[in-house]
Design a protein around this ligand. Structure first.
Ligand SMILES: *Cc1c(COP(=O)(O)O)cnc(C)c1O
Length: 378
């Protein structure tokens, strides 16, 4: 079964990846397993408890009858549905296999080896991966109160800066920048720096001073906005994201992307999902209610919760033995309640909790209560 061992090549003679590739710490997704015999409440990946729209599921099933046919390489039906939902020109939209793909394509398109890409201290980890994979140099801007800081970002910009990624709201902190601040960031960036507004959680935000960035993209040549179907639309398994951008940026992404980067079932299900306003509204309402309830009740237990505008909250634990984030994680996991450890985001004393179903949310509150009242001797 096994072939002879390969002739021993010295490392220098083996295929060598580009510099950057081995500097990447592979992304570790949220856990998804509960111990045997315990009901699983997966609250580790910001997935919606409402599931996908029934119309999206039906479109996905219909697509199963034609799996031998290549998809439409331009995702036309999906771009048109997005255009209708947001009043956008479909020609200025590019779809991707998740917004992760778009974030990577932007790095490949705009970074040459040695060019710098900026993101914030507790920003989404995919930015670092995308920059390194493209041969670029990641530059981290400090945050203030777990929130992006425009002056700190601007202070990181050098002649080598080509791209700035801003998650707004940010994952895993749940904090956001008011639109005035985003505009101030843009106004002070050189015109040859691409500003990427990652608005993966935009639908959930109810703050009056927030905007996802459509207006800024429409009026600028160096701003794009990315969105996803993985969160509020409940289609994470299908991998669908999109970007709205200036025509020249759209053109670059259409040249470098794979010719069939979205599957036909994804195109069909995404188009159906974005047209289902009622499902979207129900998801947002459920979230608003439970975001407030969980934030209040967890604070009442004596834990600090970062104010969030998204579909998750960051819960902070003391460093006291018996009460730490790592111990809480283990305690809750044993009860089937799976949160997200965020040490890789520089937050070793916190856990991120996605807003779940009522049953899951109650299980978290019960679990935290039990954890905090357990004998602290450990
Ligand atoms: C979840 C998330 C995404 C979306 O990723 P997909 O590849 O579309 O599933 C993008 N940005 C942030 C900040 C996220 O948390």
């Amino acid at each position: 079964m096994t072939s002879a061992s390969p002739a021993a090549l010295t490392p220098a003679d083996r295929p060598t990846p580009r510099a950057g590739a081995l500097a990447i710490e592979a992304y570790v997704p949220g856990k998804s397993k509960a111990p045997a015999g315990v009901k699983l409440h997966k609250l580790s990946s910001n997935e919606t408890p409402l599931g996908a729209s029934p119309r999206a599921i039906e479109a996905f099933r219909d697509a199963a009858g034609h799996l031998e046919i290549y998809p439409d390489g331009s995702s036309t039906a999906l771009r048109e549905a997005i255009g209708r939902a947001y009043g956008l020109d479909p020609a200025r939209i590019v779809c991707g296999a998740g917004s992760d793909e778009i974030l990577s394509l932007l790095a490949y398109g705009y970074l040459a080896p040695g060019d710098e890409g900026v993101f914030t201290e507790h920003g989404f980890l995919v930015y670092r991966i995308a920059i390194l994979a493209a041969g670029g140099v990641p530059v981290v801007a400090p945050e203030t109160n777990l929130t992006a800081d425009v002056d700190a970002i601007l202070a990181c910009v050098t002649e080598r800066t080509r791209i700035v990624y801003l998650a707004n709201p940010n994952n895993p902190t749940g904090t956001y920048l008011p639109f005035d601040e985003v505009k101030r960031l843009h106004a002070n960036l050189p015109g040859d720096v691409l500003l990427v507004l990652d608005a993966a959680y935009a639908e959930y935000v109810r703050a009056n001073d927030y905007a996802a960035g459509i207006e800024l993209v429409s009026g600028s040549e160096n701003v794009v906005m990315t969105r996803t179907f993985s969160k509020v639309h409940g289609l994470a398994a299908l991998r669908i994201g999109w970007m709205y951008g200036p025509a020249p940026v759209v053109d670059v992404l259409n040249r470098i992307r794979g010719p069939f980067n979205l599957s036909a079932p994804a195109i069909a299900a995404g188009a159906a999902a974005i047209a289902d306003r009622a499902h979207l509204d129900a998801s947002v309402d459920h979230n608003a209610r439970w975001l407030a309830t969980l934030t209040g009740e967890i604070r009442a237990l004596g834990l600090e919760v970062t104010p969030s505008v998204a579909n998750f909250v960051l819960v902070h634990f003391p460093e006291t033995p018996g009460r730490t984030a790592a111990e809480a994680d283990a305690f809750l996991t044993a009860r089937g309640v799976i949160l997200r450890a965020v040490s890789s985001y520089g937050l070793p004393h916190a856990l991120r909790l996605s807003i779940g179903s009522e049953e899951a949310n109650r299980a978290v509150l019960d679990g935290l209560k039990a954890f905090l009242s357990a004998d602290a001797r450990g």
